[in-house]
Design a protein around this ligand. Structure first.
Ligand SMILES: Cc1cc2nc3c(=O)[nH]c(=O)nc-3n(C[C@H](O)[C@H](O)[C@H](O)COP(=O)(O)OP(=O)(O)OC[C@H]3O[C@@H](n4cnc5c(N)ncnc54)[C@H](O)[C@@H]3O)c2cc1C
Length: 263
């Protein structure tokens, strides 16, 4: 993941979302889901994005209402990456009993689904959009699973470490461009901390994000005024480091990162 992200962050980022849909198809115990979805997603014949906006704490931004033969979805998922490159959307919604309902949808606008492209400062090639559901109907055969919302934090925690390697990829690219500096040692230390999850995953994620910012700033200083010209390595990597300060964050990561940057 670090190696891929050091080559092209946008590509790696889009591919990473695909893994979410693939995992859902691979682990679903609902009849027919694995048979229908796993192989096409595993081989890349189908490409998935994920819409997890409904899982943010507080009232769900995407609601699921039970109807005959399926669910109806309403609401917004504020960040969905890969639009126009994906054909499958792994979406979460919450019903009135706070059960999380997961489904594999067609990533197509129309029939109660609309999108609004987001004007990002980095990874623009990821084609990240806001998705709106308005009376969108999901048939039961598309539902991959359901679980109480209270279980989400634990499930989510299992996947949080991986995103940290995006930041290490950006830092690694800066380190490669800078040559031999103490930042190379800091990169190794951050990688070890992330792999082992020490002192915990949130701290290791914060350290990786902070290192990407520091490495991009060091590259800009080394490169001089040319760093502010659009298309320079330093300007792109600085924008990518900014993106990684906030992407895939969670409260513990945000506060660990704030502490590092503020004090
Ligand atoms: C460019 C970009 C592309 C993104 N692409 C996707 C995508 O394809 N699919 C996708 O689902 N998300 C995507 N996200 C959202 C991302 O995964 C995080 O949810 C987001 O970065 C957290 O933003 P925030 O800290 O402003 O929290 P907010 O969105 O303001 O959320 C409020 C609180 O909820 C927590 N939170 C946010 N999301 C979750 C969650 N899923 N589970 C538990 N807690 C949560 C946050 O830590 C925060 O404390 C993308 C974000 C960015 C910036």
């Amino acid at each position: 993941m670090e190696i891929l992200a050091s080559g092209c962050l946008a590509t790696t980022f889009v591919w990473l979302q695909h893994r979410g849909g693939l995992r859902e198809a691979a682990t679903s115990t609902r009849p027919g889901i694995r048979e229908r979805w796993h192989r096409p997603l595993a081989t890349g014949q189908r490409r998935a994005g994920i819409a997890l906006g409904a899982l943010r704490p507080g009232s769900a931004s995407v609601r699921a209402r039970r109807v005959d033969g399926g669910y109806v979805l309403d609401g917004e998922s504020p960040w969905v990456t890969g639009w126009d490159m994906i054909d499958t959307l792994c979406a979460a919604a919450r019903d009135e009993r706070d059960t999380v309902v997961w489904a594999l949808l067609d990533a197509e606008a129309g029939r109660g689904l609309s999108v609004e492209p987001l004007d990002l400062v980095a990874v623009r090639a990821s084609r990240t959009v806001l998705v709106r559901f308005d009376g969108y109907r999901v048939a039961d055969e598309r539902v991959t699973g359901a679980h109480p919302y209270a279980e989400w934090a634990e499930r989510d925690a299992a996947g949080l470490r991986l995103n940290g390697f995006l930041a290490l990829g950006v830092a690694a690219r800066c380190v490669a461009l800078l040559g031999a500096t103490p930042l190379a040692v800091a990169l190794d230390e951050c990688r070890s901390a992330l792999v082992s999850g020490t002192p915990d995953v949130a701290q290791a994620r914060a350290a990786a994000a902070a290192l990407a910012v520091r490495a991009a700033a060091a590259l800009a200083v080394t490169q001089g005024a040319g760093a502010v010209l659009r298309g320079s390595h330093a300007e792109r990597l600085s924008r990518e480091a900014l993106f990684l300060l906030v992407f895939g964050s969670r409260p513990a990561i945000r506060s660990a990162l704030s502490r590092r940057l503020l004090y």
